[in-house]
Design a protein around this ligand. Structure first.
Ligand SMILES: Cc1cc2nc3c(=O)[nH]c(=O)nc-3n(C[C@H](O)[C@H](O)[C@H](O)COP(=O)(O)OP(=O)(O)OC[C@H]3O[C@@H](n4cnc5c(N)ncnc54)[C@H](O)[C@@H]3O)c2cc1C
Length: 426
């Protein structure tokens, strides 16, 4: 190692743009990503360690996002929002993920509710009456966001097969006059205790109900019968505060529907990109681990002992390997983000599984390489790498597209046409 001089010099390292070539962004995307970068670097990154240590929700970050107008990123223009599409969403969240994974992942939950009721709903087949009713309902929800800066969460998971897309939700919504009565239990409700509305998936309570009878309902945080329970002391993504949500005879009015009855199922079949909304956060984490490594080896990282480590061929080879992995990940990520569309053909759908899998797995692989390359002092809690490493581990555990289930779907869909089946042979 070279000898310490004094404190680290100001870094001349220019981290690559999360979008690869920033020129490829539209002027509005450049502006939104720029705001996310500025907030992330100057405010969210300095706050990240404390929220991670305390496992507390970074509400100040959401105050900043609210003030910057980004809570309305995916709200349609007609409803006073910024009208961001899937690619804009993904680029902004990847940038946030670079500075605070928990903020990015929580923002994903909020933005997903906006996308579901917004541009995803716009492309779905529904009757004129359903469309009119949906316009009325979503106008209320979007007003909560645009005018009042409210936060939406999306607790779908229940710990059973439903979140993997293999069964109906066990949370039930019974139709009553003017609304629904909801009963059930959700696990891993990110933003628990901090969201203003919880967008829950439940099954319409009727004989023989299946996944087709899924309802997407926004439950106000102060609805009688809603409570939050359970410990939250996880390995990573600690700032998401993803505790359990208990729903006991909770009444919500018809206007709670974020999508008309029966249409969530159509959305899930026709717009698989809605399941890939989790990966942009981890693209940001992968980039952050790479940036950390370069600055650490150059001894330019605030808070480190100013010892250069970049002159060893093993370090240079490891950084090259990391950069190649990062660019491979980014290439697939950007391609799938930019080709997001309704009713993707087989090729685009399979590429999306591959992209999601690659981002989730490579984020952790890049963090692992970063730790091995930077060495022991780099894993101290005074530096962000060990948090990136722990956060990165969470991505491929997230349903419905865990790493395993992506492989499962990809393998099957490569080998079978939609209706094809084989006799099972032992
Ligand atoms: C930090 C964090 C935040 C989260 N926030 C949210 C949130 O806000 N909202 C939300 O809805 N969820 C959230 N989740 C939950 C997440 O999406 C998963 O539901 C959860 O991690 C699943 O955990 P489990 O132990 O219940 O998985 P299990 O259901 O026990 O599955 C374990 C593994 O088995 C495999 N598997 C599961 N089912 C099948 C099947 N039918 N066929 C084949 N293989 C299968 C999968 O690979 C899966 O990873 C969050 C998770 C984390 C880690």
């Amino acid at each position: 190692m070279s000898m310490p001089s004094d404190t680290p010099k100001t870094s001349s390292y220019q981290p690559p743009s999360i979008a690869g070539n920033a020129e490829a962004l539209s002027p509005r995307q450049r502006e939104w990503v720029g705001v996310a970068e500025e907030l992330g670097r100057t405010r969210f990154a300095p706050r990240a360690a404390l929220h991670d240590r305390e496992a507390s929700f970074p509400m100040e970050n959401f105050d900043d996002l609210r003030q910057a107008g980004l809570l309305a990123l995916c709200v349609p223009e007609a409803n006073g929002g910024l009208d961001g599409d899937f690619a804009s969403y993904a680029l902004v969240v990847a940038e946030l993920g670079r500075h605070c994974g928990a903020t990015a992942l929580s923002f994903n939950m909020h933005a997903s509710a906006c996308m579901g009721a917004g541009f995803i709903a716009d492309a779905l087949d529904m009757s004129a009456a359903q469309r009119r009713e949906h316009e009325r309902h979503r106008a209320e929800h979007f007003e909560h966001i645009v005018r009042d800066g409210k936060l939406y969460a999306q607790p779908f998971s229940e710990g059973g097969a439903a979140a993997a897309g293999k069964a109906a939700w066990s949370t039930l919504a019974q139709k009553v006059d003017g609304g629904y009565i909801i009963n059930g239990r959700k696990i891993f409700a990110s933003l628990s205790g901090s969201a203003d509305f919880y967008g829950v998936l439940c099954t319409l309570d009727k004989p023989g109900a299946t996944q087709r009878d899924t309802l997407y309902l926004a439950v106000p945080a102060d609805a009688p019968g809603l409570s939050i329970a359970g410990e939250w002391d996880p390995l990573g993504m600690r700032g998401t505060v993803s505790r359990n949500l208990l729903l006991h005879d909770v009444f919500v009015p018809d206007g709670a529907r974020l999508l008309p009855e029966g249409l969530y199922h159509q959305a899930s079949k026709r717009y698989p990109y809605m399941f890939a909304t989790l990966s942009p956060t981890y693209m940001g984490i992968a980039q952050a681990a790479f940036d950390f490594t370069v600055m650490y080896l150059r001894a330019e990282l605030p808070g480190m002992t100013p010892v250069k480590r970049r002159m060893y061929p093993t370090k240079q080879a490891a950084v090259a390997e990391m950069r190649i992995k990062l660019e491979q990940t980014r290439a697939l990520f950007l391609q799938s983000v930019r080709e997001a569309r309704f009713d993707p053909d087989e090729g685009a759908r399979q590429r999306l599984y591959a992209a999601h899998f690659t981002v989730m797995e490579n984020a952790n692989a890049i963090c692992t390489l970063a730790l091995r390359t930077c060495g022991g002092q780099a894993m101290l809690r005074s530096l962000p790498l060990e948090r990136l490493y722990r956060d990165s581990r969470c991505g491929s555990l997230m349903l419905p597209w865990t790493a395993e289930l992506c492989m499962d779907r990809l393998g099957r869909e490569c080998l079978y046409d939609d209706a094809e089946r084989d006799e099972f042979i032992e």
